[in-house]
Ligand binder design. Structure first.
Ligand code: FMN
Length: 189
């Protein structure tokens, strides 16, 4: 059995923390930039810029909530549901959008591009954890809404893949035991 190292420990114990388990302080800009830079180290066929992050300025989160509310109403939600949706813009100490871009016709097929984006996201989450911060990625139910995308400066070729809520862990929780099957198999003849 291989002995672990701090990096292996971090890999084996990363976990997401719901917004209610995250408190201030959030990372400062320098730390956030450092963590975002680790996304560039994801394996990348063709060196394509397949993903990026958008930090929501603290003073603009109310406005984001209004955009969420409007998008939710456009999708057919009633006022109550739209208000719940709007409140998500204010949850947690810091909110960062995760955007992916597809390059049709590139040498790297779309699934490879997606793998790169996923690896980039995981690097970002692990880097945050290494800096003492917790985070969770949650989907946007209105991610395809063209007006929401346009207001956020997201191109039609891009997808609003999720929102990353970031903050300081409110408690030292234990990692949830792994319940999925071992992902490594062996093929031999
Ligand atoms: C792009 C993306 C979107 C996600 N959206 C949701 C979501 O809307 N709701 C949810 O419960 N989990 C969502 N998850 C999963 C959580 O972020 C998290 O991984 C899950 O709760 C398992 O926790 P763990 O990361 O500690 O294993 C999403 C994950 C990714 C990568």
């Amino acid at each position: 059995m291989t002995s672990t190292t701090p990096i292996l420990d971090a890999l084996l114990t990363r976990r997401s923390l719901k917004p209610k388990l995250l408190q201030v302080p959030a990372p400062d800009m320098q730390t956030l930039q450092l963590c975002a830079r680790t996304a560039l180290r994801a394996p990348n066929h063709g060196n394509l810029p397949v993903c990026r992050f958008i930090l929501i300025d603290e003073a603009s989160r109310e406005k984001l909530g209004e955009l969420f509310r409007a998008a939710s109403l456009r999708s057919g939600a009633d006022e109550e549901k739209a208000a719940r949706r709007a409140s998500k813009a204010l949850k947690g100490p810091m909110l960062v959008g995760f955007i992916i871009r597809r390059f049709d016709g590139a040498e790297a097929p779309l699934d490879e591009q997606l793998i790169t984006a996923g690896a980039a996201l995981e690097n970002f989450l692990l880097a945050l954890q290494a800096c003492g911060f917790g985070a969770i990625v949650l989907s946007d139910s209105c991610r395809e809404d063209p007006e929401l995308k346009s207001a956020l400066g997201i191109d039609p070729d891009e997808t609003l893949c999720g929102w990353i809520t970031i903050g300081t862990p409110a408690s030292d929780g234990q990692p949830v035991p792994e319940s999925r099957p071992e992902p490594l198999g062996v093929w031999k003849m």
